[in-house]
Design a protein around this ligand. Structure first.
Ligand SMILES: CCC/C=C/C(=O)SCCNC(=O)CCNC(=O)[C@H](O)C(C)(C)COP(=O)([O-])OP(=O)([O-])OC[C@H]1O[C@@H](n2cnc3c(N)ncnc32)[C@H](O)[C@@H]1OP(=O)([O-])[O-]
Length: 298
C-alpha cells in the first residue's frame, strides 16, 4: 500500500528520448558539496560524493567491465553505505553506474572457476546482502544494462528510477546458473510470478518502459536526467525527520515478510512509537502554527 503510494507520488509524465549509451560516468556533471564522511574516502571501484545537502552519491566505477560486480567492488560499496548510514549529516543515498551500464551483473570472470566447496565454505555472495540492512533509503539511478546481479542490486535499493535506455534482465540461465542475490525472490514480489518466470527462465531483458509498466521500477525519467532526478528524490527524503524515514522504510520492508495482520500491527506500533520523538511534536506543531517544520532527528 505504502509502496504503491510512493510509486504513485513519484510518477511523472517526463518526456522520453532515446540516446546512445556510453560508459561515461553519470555523476561527473554534478556539483560537489563539502563532503560527509563517506565522500572523503578514495576507492578503487566506486566514486563517492555529496551532490546535495544530506545526500551521498555512490557511483559504480568499473567502466571497462560495464560495472561487473566483483568482490572488491562490493566490499567498497558495503563500506561506503555503512559510513553514510552512520553519518548523521546524511539522510539518503543514491546509487548509480555509467550511461551504458548500471551493472552488467556479477563478475563472470571472477567466479567462473569457483568450486562448490569453496563457494559454500566462504558463503560466496553472503556479503551482498549487507546492502539490504542499510537503514537510510537508497535510490537507484539506472541507465543502460542492469543485468543479473546488476538487476538484483537495483532491487535491493528502495526506489528505482530509470533512464529510457535502461535494460533489466536476469540472464544467469544462459550461464548455466540462476539468480543468486534475490532475482528469484525480490523480482517475483515486484512483478509477479509470470513475468519473473519469463525473465528468469528465458533470460529475456525488459526495457525501462516495460519495467515501469510491470512495477519493477518507480518511474522512467528523461534521458540524461536520471542521477539528477534521483538526487532530487534523495534530497526530498533527506529534508524529512530521519527517525520517521527510517521507520517508514522498516514498515514498507516488513510488508515483504509479514502477513497483513502482523504487518499492520507492526506498522501501528511503529506509528505509536513516533509519538516519543521531538520530530513528531515539531512536525505537528509546525502544521498547526502554519510554518515549515524544522526536524532535528530526535
Ligand atoms: C550475484 C548472484 C548471481 C548473479 C549472477 C550474475 O550476475 S551472472 C552475470 C549476468 N550478466 C550477464 O550475463 C551479462 C554479461 N554481459 C553481456 O552479455 C554483455 O557484456 C552486454 C550485453 C551487457 C554488453 O555487450 P557489449 O558488446 O556492449 O560489451 P562487451 O560484452 O564487449 O563488454 C565490455 C567488457 O565488459 C565485460 N563484461 C560485461 N559483463 C561482464 C560481467 N558480468 N562479468 C565480467 N565482465 C563483464 C566484457 O567481458 C568486456 O570486457 P573485455 O572483453 O573488453 O575485457
Amino acid at each position: 500500500m505504502l509502496a504503491s503510494t510512493v510509486r504513485t507520488a513519484l510518477r511523472t509524465s517526463a518526456p522520453r528520448v532515446a540516446a546512445l549509451p556510453s560508459t561515461r560516468n553519470l555523476s561527473t556533471s554534478l556539483p560537489r558539496l563539502s563532503s560527509p564522511a563517506a565522500a572523503a574516502k578514495e576507492y578503487q571501484n566506486i566514486l563517492v560524493s555529496s551532490p546535495a545537502k544530506g545526500v551521498t552519491l555512490i557511483t559504480l566505477n568499473r567502466p571497462k567491465a560495464l560495472n561487473a560486480l566483483n568482490s572488491a567492488l562490493f566490499h567498497e560499496l558495503n563500506e561506503a553505505t555503512e559510513i553514510a548510514d552512520n553519518d548523521p549529516e546524511v539522510g539518503a543515498i543514491v546509487l548509480t553506474g555509467s550511461e551504458k551500464a548500471f551493472a552488467a551483473g556479477a563478475d563472470i570472470k571472477e567466479m567462473k572457476d569457483k568450486q562448490y566447496a569453496d563457494a559454500y565454505k566462504t558463503n560466496f555472495l553472503g556479503h551482498w546482502t549487507k546492502l539490504t540492512t542499510v537503514r537510510k533509503p537508497i535510490v537507484a539511478a539506472v541507465s543502460g544494462f542492469a543485468l543479473g546481479g546488476g538487476c538484483e542490486l537495483a532491487m535491493m535499493c528502495d526506489i528505482i528510477l530509470a533512464s529510457p535506455t535502461a535494460n533489466f534482465g536476469q540472464p544467469e540461465i544462459n550461464l548455466g546458473v540462476i539468480p543468486g542475490a534475490g532475482g528469484t525472490q525480490r523480482l517475483t514480489k515486484a512483478v509477479g510470478k509470470s513475468t519473473a518466470m519469463e525473465m528468469v527462465l528465458t533470460g529475456r531483458n525488459f526495457s525501462a518502459d516495460d519495467a515501469e509498466r510491470r512495477g519493477l521500477i518507480s518511474r522512467v525519467v528523461r534521458e540524461g536526467s536520471v542521477v539528477d532526478e534521483a538526487v532530487k528524490v534523495a534530497s526530498t527524503i533527506a529534508k524529512k525527520g530521519q527517525i520517521a524515514v527510517q521507520a517508514a522504510k522498516e514498515g514498507v520492508n516488513a510488508s515483504f515478510e509479514l502477513s497483513l495482520q502482523e504487518g499492520t500491527r507492526f506498522e501501528r506500533r511503529l506509528f505509536q512509537s513516533l509519538f516519543a520523538t521531538k520530530d513528531q511534536k515539531e512536525g505537528m506543531a509546525a502544521f498547526a502554527e502554519k510554518r515549515k517544520a524544522n526536524f532535528t532527528h530526535e
